[in-house]
Structure formats: structure tokens, C-alpha cells
Write a protein that binds this ligand. Structure first.
Ligand SMILES: C=CC1=C(C)c2cc3[nH]c(cc4nc(cc5[nH]c(cc1n2)c(C)c5CCC(=O)O)C(CCC(=O)O)=C4C)c(C)c3C=C
Ligand SMILES: [Fe+2]
Ligand SMILES: [Fe+2]
Length: 345
């Protein structure tokens, strides 16, 4: 029997610094997130970051936490329920890090008789630190505990017309009657090194103005290309004028160069240049989370106001919108039907 496993990033169990530390330890010790040799990662994470970051992150989580729990988890659960209402096959939800483990998600499906799984990483753009780490962890669990399972992973959907359509609609609903000057597409950043590591050609990605717009098979795994492409497609759909929108990258950590331009500096620059009304959309996240509700909607707004900006509007993520649940159910149906067609042929 077929079934679906939706996977998102995960959150700490609570805003208690102890829980945040446990979660950050698992997250940042992942070699696909901080991709340096084990001894150095351990020194950086356990010797430095975890001494100060958990307290700061816990305070940030405290500002966005809901009475039902972490927004990212609660929203992902709502989406899973909506999809489950639209399809007859079992749909489970798991997180890459934290208590809602991938193993529990797989077990939940197996207990319902599932032996053929569509794995859906809830990330529109491929990245080593998101999609790849989920796929690798699932493969390890399959080999160790569930060798009978057939598992297919849904590819990154950054350019799928139905995804672009709902994303564009979610933006246009907010901006159609809004008098704004600039729309910023802010994506989660990654270290530039991650882009080079994911380049299957080992020669294409130069992280400059031309590589990401020059066709290459490297783009199937190039986070930067996929982010720029999502922006381009939405801009085309919404008829945005050149200069009225741009792309930036948020949430950098550490001292290595990350993808640029950085979101916080872009917001500051826009305000200093006289922009009074700006809108931010965050298409690397399908669910609102710490990075959208705190870093953008709170810190970003504060930066903008400090440099003279007046109106700062943040577009909610797709979350559990009906049209988004409908699109995801459509992809699940396509996967189910493909096998049926092959069987008939
Ligand atoms: C080296 C560090 C990090 C990389 C690389 C990275 C990539 C990456 N992350 C997301 C999505 C999310 N990240 C979130 C939180 C978060 N991310 C990092 C670090 C890296 N992320 C940290 C340390 C944290 C924790 C919070 C903090 O201390 O600032 C979240 C929010 C989780 C939540 O509970 O709400 C998301 C979602 C993507 C998409 C990505 C690469 C493309
Ligand atoms: Fe992150
Ligand atoms: Fe590129």
C-alpha cells in the first residue's frame, strides 16, 4: 500500500533553553548543516555556539511561540490534516530534528500497512542542509530498520507551475491594494561552500551573476539558481516591474561567506535610500517559523523603522492554505497514478 511522509525541519520541544540546546545540538552537529570535519564541528558547536546561542534562541522562540506549541510544528500538522482529508492513502508527518523523528514517521506508516512511500521534504528549493540531509537520513533508516520499504522522494518544486501559482496568489492577495515601493524575496541563506559542494559538474557554479542563469544540469541541485528562478517566475506571473523587487538571503551564522545580498543589510539599505513602504516574502519556507515570524517580521521591521522606513508588510508563508493543500494532494495523486499507468501498460 502507498503512503506519504511529509518532512519539515523541526523545532525544540519548548522555549526552555535546555530544550533549545538539545535541538540545536542535533541540528548543528549534522554534517550537512555545518560541513566541517567532526572534531572541528564539535569544537565549534559544543565548544562555542551552544554556550551562548541557546539562551538567545530561546528568547526568540519565546516571542513567537503559540499556546499549541511551535508555529512550524502546529502549521505543518494542520497542513498534514488537510491533505489527509483530501486523499485516501495514509499521510504522516515527521521532522528532521527533534522529537517528531523520521523513524516514528516511517513506523506510523508501516503500522498502517504502507510499503511504498512518497517522501515529501517541505522545502521548495533543494539544499544540502535541508532536502539532502532528509534523504540521506531516510535512506539510513530504511537500510537499518525498514528494508522492505520502497521510497521515492519528491524533487524540489521551486519551478512547478502550480506552486508558483499559489505562491503568486498569496502575494497578490496582500499587495493588490497596497501602495508599496519594493517587494523583497528573502530566502534562508547557506554558506557559499554548500553551493560548490552540491555542484554535480564541479565546474559550473561560480556564484556570480551569470552561472545561475546559464542552463546547466548543476541547477537540479543549485540552491541559488532555484531561489533566483522562483523569484523570476513569480515576478513574471505578477508582472512586477524591474527594480520593484529583488532577492536576498537571511539567517547567516558564523564568519564564512554566505549567499549574498544579506537580507538585514538589504532592508537597512532600502530604508537609508528612502524607501518608506516595503513588503517581504519568504519563499524558502512553506510554514511560518522562527525565521519568518521573528527574524523578518520583528527584527526586519525594527531595522526598517530605525532607518526611516514606515510600512513593513510580511507575506505569510503558504502554511495550510486550502489551495496549497490542494496542490500538494495533486502531486501525491500524480505519483499514485504514474504507477497505476505503468502497471496497466
Ligand atoms: C549553519 C547553519 C544553518 C544552515 C546551513 C541552515 C540552512 C537552512 N535552514 C533552513 C530552514 C530553517 N532554519 C531554521 C532555524 C535555524 N537555522 C539555523 C542554522 C542553519 N540553517 C539555526 C541555528 C536555526 C535555529 C534558530 C536560531 O538559533 O537562529 C528554521 C526555523 C525552525 C523553527 O523552529 O521555527 C527553519 C525553517 C533552510 C530552508 C535552510 C537552507 C536552505
Ligand atoms: Fe536554518
Ligand atoms: Fe549558479
Amino acid at each position: 500500500m502507498k503512503g506519504v511522509l511529509l518532512v519539515n525541519l523541526g523545532s525544540p520541544d519548548s522555549t526552555n533553553p535546555k530544550d533549545v540546546k538539545k535541538y540545536l545540538d542535533e541540528f548543528l552537529m549534522d554534517p550537512r548543516v555545518i560541513d566541517v570535519p567532526y572534531w572541528f564541528r564539535s569544537f565549534l558547536v559544543r565548544g562555542i555556539v551552544l554556550n551562548t546561542r541557546p539562551k538567545k534562541s530561546a528568547a526568540a522562540y519565546e516571542r513567537i511561540w503559540w499556546k499549541e506549541g511551535s508555529p512550524l510544528i502546529v502549521i505543518s500538522e494542520r497542513l498534514q490534516k488537510k491533505i489527509q482529508e483530501k486523499t485516501t492513502i495514509p499521510v504522516a508527518l515527521a521532522m528532521r530534528y527533534g522529537s517528531m523523528t523520521l523513524k516514528k514517521g516511517l513506523q506510523e506508516l508501516v503500522d498502517q500497512g504502507v510499503d511504498d512511500i512518497l517522501l515529501v521534504p517541505l522545502y521548495p528549493q533543494f539544499a544540502m542542509a535541508t532536502t539532502e540531509t532528509i534523504e540521506v537520513a531516510i535512506e539510513e533508516l530504511k537500510n537499518k530498520f525498514f528494508p522492505q520499504l520502497e521510497i521515492t522522494s519528491l524533487p524540489a518544486f521551486y519551478n512547478k507551475p502550480d506552486y508558483i501559482e499559489v505562491l503568486s496568489k498569496s502575494i497578490s492577495e496582500k499587495i493588490e491594494n497596497l501602495d508599496y515601493e519594493h517587494l523583497l524575496f528573502s530566502y534562508h541563506g547557506v554558506p557559499e561552500r554548500h553551493i560548490r559542494k552540491s555542484d554535480i559538474t564541479k565546474s559550473h557554479c561560480q556564484i556570480n551573476n551569470s552561472c545561475c542563469v546559464t542552463p546547466s544540469k548543476a541547477h537540479n541541485f543549485c540552491y541559488r539558481h532555484q531561489c533566483l528562478d522562483t523569484t523570476r517566475r513569480v515576478a513574471e506571473k505578477l508582472n512586477l516591474k524591474d527594480g520593484s523587487y529583488s532577492t536576498s538571503f537571511q539567517s547567516r551564522l558564523g564568519f564564512d561567506p554566505w549567499l549574498q545580498p544579506y537580507t538585514d543589510r538589504t532592508i537597512e539599505r532600502m530604508g537609508l535610500a528612502g524607501t518608506k513602504k516595503m513588503v517581504v516574502v519568504t519563499p524558502a519556507f512553506v510554514s511560518d517559523c522562527l525565521e519568518t515570524l521573528e527574524e523578518i517580521a520583528m527584527e526586519g521591521e525594527e531595522i526598517f523603522h530605525e532607518v526611516g522606513g514606515k510600512e513593513f508588510t510580511v507575506i505569510p508563508c503558504l502554511n495550510d492554505r486550502d489551495d496549497w493543500a490542494e496542490v500538494m494532494t495533486g502531486w501525491i495523486d500524480e505519483w499514485r497514478i504514474k504507477d497505476l499507468k505503468t502497471a496497466i501498460a
